[in-house]
Design a protein around this ligand. Structure first.
Ligand SMILES: *Cc1c(COP(=O)(O)O)cnc(C)c1O
Length: 402
């Protein structure tokens, strides 16, 4: 009987719907073997030799993620999102010019700042949300890669992926998109023209704050893709089978979690938009967000679970909110089932371009009513704490960022 094609949501729920051929088990087995037996004639059972090259447990998770990102693409899992991202840059050649979003995940920015030069890469930061700036920055014949993140950490700026891909391709530039925040539930960059997609699978894909993993996906199995795969194999930046198994389990509920987080994030952003303690709520789902129109076109079924708030009272106020939250967890990272709140400037360190008055929120799957009440109470408490501090010490509360 021919199998009817089903939606990505169905594929995710059933992790592709395969059963274990030996036992009929619905949950896949974990294959921890590092090596495979060579047969008497010198061949291998499935051409598998050693797990640094390939392993059936992570291949299953790879096939599932590839099915979610779009038909016909290929996926390689990595030991972390950073291992995945750097594998793409390390597959370039010395002297290659690369354009990178000015606003992006700080770990990638930090790695580029520290290592790209020694690798011989000519990295240029540009505003990928500004098509004229991208067009002016492309050096025909020298620019080899454009790296975009959308919505971009932690201001959630939106890059028009279809437009940027068209621009880049007209100059022969490959486009890689960090799709960690949008996830394939909301945006499928390969369908908008991107050549590569990168994920920190640590975040929404796994979704339970208990696995570190990354992925690179490609629209085409071309020589550049072979370089990325070869880098993973030879540098050993692979995921372990136990983590890969947890990841396939996490991806089964990806659609439910992302839709819930998006709905709650929109409710929270809408509720706090215009709140007197806040200078700004940064969320692409708000019509006031500069990227809202593009996000509405490019993101399907929601605007994601990430938002940031900027405190009207400056950095001192932002820091004063943190001790008062009871439901939100004070922690870094994002994309888990529990909601998180974080002062990004402190986390990223003194060189961070993130304003000191900003708090980043990762919305989980709790009752949004509890999240709104918790944040409202923490904003009130911060106001009280700052007022008390100011009355004790009249010069306090004037921070550099306000
Ligand atoms: C976390 C993150 C990364 C890095 O991934 P790790 O799994 O922590 O190595 C890259 N990009 C984005 C957008 C992230 O949020």
């Amino acid at each position: 009987m021919e199998r009817r094609s089903v939606s990505p949501e169905t594929l995710a729920a059933q992790a592709l719907g395969e059963v274990d051929p030996v036992t009929g088990g619905l949950a896949p087995v974990i294959n921890p073997s590092t090596n495979y037996e060579q047969q008497a004639d010198g061949s291998y059972w499935q051409d598998r030799v050693y797990t640094r090259a390939d392993n059936p447990t992570f291949e299953h998770a790879e096939r599932l993620l590839a099915a979610l990102e779009g038909a016909g693409c290929a996926c390689a899992l990595f030991a972390s999102g950073m291992a995945a991202a750097t594998a793409v840059f390390q597959s370039l050649l010395p002297g290659d010019h690369v354009l990178v979003s000015r606003v992006l995940y700080w770990g990638v920015r930090k790695w580029l700042a520290e290592f790209a030069l020694t690798w011989g890469l000519d990295v240029e930061f540009t505003d990928t949300a500004d098509l004229a700036a991208v067009s002016a920055a492309i050096r025909p014949g020298r620019t080899r890669l454009l790296w975009a993140e959308t919505p971009a950490n932690p201001m959630w700026e939106i890059t028009d992926l279809a437009a940027v891909c068209e621009l880049a391709h007209s100059a022969g530039v490959r486009v890689a998109v960090d799709n960690t925040v949008a996830t394939p539930v909301l945006t499928r960059p390969l369908e908008l023209g991107a050549d590569l997609v990168v994920h920190s699978a640590t975040k929404y894909l796994n979704g339970h704050s208990d696995v570190l993993a990354g992925a690179v996906l490609t629209a085409r199995r071309d020589p550049f893709w072979e370089r990325i795969r070869s880098w993973r194999r030879n540098a050993g930046a692979i995921l372990g089978p136990f983590e890969a198994w947890l990841l396939q389990r996490g991806m089964r509920t990806l659609f439910l979690r992302v839709h819930r987080a998006s709905d709650s994030a929109l409710a929270i952003a809408t509720h706090f938009h215009g709140h007197p303690a806040l200078k700004e709520v940064l969320y692409p789902g708000l019509p006031s967000h500069p990227g809202h129109q593009i996000a509405a076109r490019q993101m399907h079924g929601g605007f994601g679970g990430m938002l940031s708030i900027r405190l009207a009272g400056g950095a001192g106020h932002a820091l004063a909110v943190l001790p008062s939250v009871q439901v939100f967890k004070r922690a870094t990272s994002l994309g888990g089932v529990e909601s998180l709140i974080e002062h990004r400037h402190t986390m990223e360190g003194p060189s961070s371009p993130v304003p000191g008055d900003l708090l980043r929120l990762s919305i989980g799957i709790e009752d949004p009513v509890d999240l709104i009440a918790d944040l409202a109470a923490a904003l009130d408490a911060a106001q009280g704490r700052q007022a008390a501090a100011a009355s004790r010490e009249p010069a306090a509360g004037q921070d550099a960022d306000s």
